[in-house]
Write a protein that binds this ligand. Structure first.
Ligand code: ZN
Ligand code: ZN
Length: 198
């Protein structure tokens, strides 16, 4: 048998493919799969309850390594404004390509067959995800709209209050000030406003 490069152990074994049955390979494989499964489990929770957040360049550009495909994959899905957490990971794990490669990976590494299905998102799950994400995004947009309207209302009422203050100053203070400081009459209204921090 020729030398065999193992992607899990990241080394060449000169005893050939028999390497994968060895204790060292099997225990490394277990560690890899346990860690990988944690990420998948976390993502899976988002199928029933997707999490949508405002885009964050640091948090939402994360990638993950798919051992089955030997490929780096985007973790979240975003349009640069809103992010669906774990969306890209779940989508990747529902593709035909990932499924085929997962079967191949399990066969090649002689991994525990009981675990295999945990690394594949079924068509039904993918469909459910799409529906839930659509609903959650709609709710998110509604909430954002309400928030924007509320902020606009606050700004409007602040502006209204400002104008009221200005009006009362004109009526009450300015005439008095003009008597005390006659030069104010010559100042343009904008300068007076600045002086009064209005
Ligand atoms: Zn190995
Ligand atoms: Zn994959």
């Amino acid at each position: 048998m020729g030398p065999f490069y193992c992607e899990i152990c990241r080394q060449t074994d000169f005893s050939g493919k028999g390497h994968i049955y060895g204790k060292s390979h099997q225990s490394k494989l277990k560690v890899v799969l346990v860690k990988f499964l944690e990420k998948v489990k976390e993502a899976r929770r988002c199928i029933k309850r997707p999490q949508v957040e405002k885009f964050d360049a640091v948090e939402h550009e994360q990638k993950f390594w798919c051992y089955c495909c030997q490929q780096e994959i985007q973790k979240h899905v975003t349009d640069g404004r809103v992010t669906v957490l774990h969306g890209a990971l779940l989508e990747h794990m529902s593709t035909r390509e990932h499924r085929t490669k997962t079967h191949a990976f399990w066969w090649k590494n002689k991994a525990d067959p009981k675990l295999k299905e945990k690394f594949i998102i079924t068509e039904e799950e993918a469909e459910r995800l799409k529906e839930e994400v659509a609903k959650t995004l709609e709710q998110y947009e509604e909430k954002e709209d309400t928030l924007l309207k509320e902020q606009a209302d606050i700004i409007r009422s602040q502006e209204h209050h400002r104008l009221e203050v200005l009006q009362s100053l004109r009526e009450v203070c300015f005439p008095g000030m003009k008597q005390l400081y006659p030069y104010l009459i010559k100042l343009p209204i904008t300068v007076i406003k600045n002086l009064l921090h209005l």
